[in-house]
Design a protein around this ligand. Structure first.
Ligand code: ZN
Length: 111
């Protein structure tokens, strides 16, 4: 996926149910979600993320990462984020909740 032209990303309130394109969680009516739209290779497209995933996506992008929509989870796995030390360091550095990353990646949390 190349760099989009005319990209914009806003938080919206769901008027109908959606599915998060990263973690596949249902976004219920009335929930806020991250709505991103743009034009990739001349094709308009849009993506809906739950706020959890939207925040992580934003944090990764801010850090200079280039995750693709719908592939945030793969991106994190490729970054060794399934390793607990890496995950903790990441969440601290990015200012995102470690639990949120664990949820997205669907990891077993050691008790
Ligand atoms: Zn999500």
């Amino acid at each position: 996926m190349s760099v989009p032209s005319a990209f914009r990303s806003v938080v919206r309130k769901a008027r109908k149910t959606h599915k998060c394109c990263e973690c596949c969680e249902v976004i219920n009516i009335g929930d806020q979600y991250q709505y991103s739209s743009g034009i990739w290779d001349g094709e308009p497209d849009d993506y809906k993320q739950c706020l959890n995933c939207g925040e992580i996506f934003e944090a990764v992008t801010r850090d200079g990462g280039e995750p693709c929509f719908t592939q945030l989870r793969d991106y994190l796995f490729d970054s060794d984020m399934d390793h607990p030390d890496q995950l903790l360091a990441f969440s601290k550095k990015m200012g995102v909740d470690a639990d949120a990353v664990v949820r997205l990646m669907d990891l077993e949390v050691p008790s």
